[in-house]
Design a binder for this molecule. Structure first.
Ligand SMILES: [Zn+2]
Length: 67
C-alpha cells in the first residue's frame, strides 16, 4: 500500500510553529500534539516531512483520505 512512512509522535511542548495538516488542510496550532511523518525511502529529507493531526493520520491509515 504505497510508501512506508516513519512516524514520530510529538507532544507539542516543543513546537512553536503552526503547521497545515495535509489530511484536513486545517492548521495545527503551536503546542498541539501531533505526528510528523516522512517517507522511509532514504530519498526525502527534512523538506519531505509532513505534520498531521493524530486523528487525521489515523484516518488516512484507514483509507479515508485515499491511497
Ligand atoms: Zn488534520
Amino acid at each position: 500500500m504505497g510508501r512506508a512512512w516513519i512516524v514520530r509522535q510529538l507532544t507539542g511542548h516543543t513546537s512553536t510553529r503552526s503547521y497545515t495538516c495535509p489530511g484536513c488542510t486545517h492548521q495545527i496550532a503551536p503546542g498541539n500534539a501531533h505526528v510528523v511523518v516522512w517517507p522511509d525511502d532514504g530519498l526525502g529529507g527534512v523538506d519531505d516531512r509532513r505534520h498531521w493531526h493524530h486523528a487525521c493520520w489515523k484516518a488516512r491509515d484507514q483509507g479515508r483520505y485515499g491511497r
